[in-house]
Design a protein. Structure first.
Length: 116
């Protein structure tokens, strides 16, 4: 099972299904952000094998810069993701997937920082 009702916390036993669901979403996100992303990673507790977790898939997308942020936001909105302006900051943009009552994915977008 994936998804969690708003205002409700439940930890579930790890399942390989979470990684499979991430891979499906990764393909979709790569197609939507192909001109902008540098890396996409499965993050959060559902990415850790054997760890109990809230059944929401967290994904981190590193983009080249935030200069094209409006374009990225529009592409993700068009792809069915919900932009969470109030939960976003100058350093991180947040999108969610799922209904208002039950979220299935959190998409975190950050500007890729060189190690230099």
């Amino acid at each position: 099972m994936i998804g969690l009702k708003r205002g409700y916390v439940e930890l579930q036993e790890y399942t390989d299904e979470w990684h499979k669901l991430y891979k499906v979403e990764e393909r979709v996100l790569k197609n939507l952000t192909q001109d902008h992303f540098i890396d996409i990673q499965h993050i959060g507790s559902t990415s850790v094998e054997g760890l109990k977790a809230k059944p929401i898939i967290d994904i981190l997308i590193g983009v080249r810069n935030f200069n094209d942020l409006e374009v990225i936001i529009e592409k993700l909105r068009h792809g069915g993701y919900i932009y969470r302006l109030n939960a976003s900051t100058k350093e991180r943009i947040l999108f969610v997937k799922g209904s208002e009552e039950e979220r299935t994915h959190h998409i975190h977008i950050v500007q890729w920082m060189d190690e230099e």
